[in-house]
Write a protein that binds this ligand. Structure first.
Ligand code: NAD
Length: 315
């Protein structure tokens, strides 16, 4: 781990990677940002373009195109490389292609002597994070995925609209797979510290029946955006910055990253989105929620789907 200056290597300088890089520059996230892509010209051009914004930025960041060898003293390697969903495709449809891409990325990163934290955004993100753990041999807490951080942000936005409240005052999570089996444990959703279900029972303008429409809206958001503009990238770019900042500053923030289950809710080995304390060292501890029986059942189903999909790759 680099102790003098905060260094991030970004692998994959496409829409998601560069949305992260642009947000990182604007939010003065780190001191060094190295861009790596199989398309070296693209990485070089992106580094030039970002550098031309330095005169207008608050940051004085060292931004350059580089190689896997640059990872040796990085704090975080962010992976956004691979293929993205097209209209009509599910995230899991990308698995075989992106697993092959990761073979060519994770090993050279590890061979560089990298001793920091892997943060994976490539889809299907929970399984790609597990594959990164397998390929790297790193301890699980140093390999995390973006999980349902973006979904939770979408949920907070939609609940903020519904209750006419600042999304920052909405405390609610989407958990499980970053994909179709994800769900909202409504028993744990709060506005301030007041449960959303209680608000629905007290005020006649709010209905619990509307809540399922909101969670459907979160689940279908990516499909809707991809249909409209072919890809999603700004929201995830900002989510990656948020997770990196929690790591670099040892914030111990609770974020729904993709992390490994170690017996929580009877689940083991599977990576999925759960509220987790994120700080230096990566995923420090999963926050166990007092889920209802029905919510625990949904989490189990999501975990089973992810486990079966991961195992199907070996066949
Ligand atoms: P993109 O096609 O714009 O960019 C992908 C980049 O990866 C390209 O620059 C490509 O050259 C590079 N690449 C491909 N193979 C490589 C390799 N072997 N080594 C190094 N670089 C390689 O795609 P995008 O829109 O940026 O999406 C990237 C990934 O992020 C996709 O898997 C997408 O589904 C995912 N995504 C995740 C979330 C989330 O919430 N986790 C949200 C949106 C998108």
């Amino acid at each position: 781990m680099n102790t003098n200056s905060k260094k991030i290597v970004l692998v994959g300088t496409g829409f998601v990677g560069m949305s992260f890089a642009y947000a990182a520059l604007n939010q003065n996230l780190c001191d060094q940002l190295v861009l790596v892509d199989i398309d070296k010209e693209r990485a070089r051009g992106e580094a030039m373009d970002l550098n031309h914004g330095l005169a207008f930025a608050r940051a004085n960041m060292d931004i350059r195109a580089g190689e896997y060898g640059d990872c040796y003293d990085a704090d975080i390697v962010v992976i956004c490389a691979g293929v993205a969903q097209k209209a009509g495709e599910k995230r899991v449809d990308l698995l075989k292609r992106n697993a092959a891409v990761f073979e060519s990325i994770v090993r050279p990163v590890v061979q560089s002597g990298f001793n920091g934290i892997f943060l994976v955004a490539t889809n299907p993100v929970d399984i790609m994070t597990r594959i990164t753990k397998d390929l790297s041999g790193f301890p699980a807490h140093r390999v995390i995925g973006t999980g349902t951080t973006l979904d939770s942000a979408r949920l907070r936005y939609l609940l903020g609209q519904y209750f006419d409240i600042d999304p920052k005052s909405v405390h609610a999570y989407v958990i499980g797979e970053h994909g179709d089996s994800e769900f909202v444990p409504w028993s744990q959703a709060m506005i301030g510290t007041k449960p959303v279900e209680l608000i629905c029972s007290e005020f006649e303008q709010y209905n619990e029946s509307d809540l399922e429409g909101i969670s459907d809206g979160v689940r279908s958001a990516a499909y809707e955006i991809i249909k409209a503009k072919n890809a999603t990238y700004y929201g995830i770019g900002m989510a990656i910055v948020r997770i990196c900042r929690a790591i670099l500053n040892n914030e111990k923030s609770i974020l729904t990253v993709s992390c490994v289950m170690r017996g929580e809710y009877g689940l083991s080995g599977v990576y999925l989105g759960m509220p987790c304390i994120v700080g230096a060292g990566g995923a420090q501890q999963i926050v166990r929620l007092p889920l209802t029986r029905s919510e625990s059942g949904k989490l189990g189903q999501s975990a089973q789907f992810l486990t079966e999909t991961y195992e199907s790759l070996k066949k």
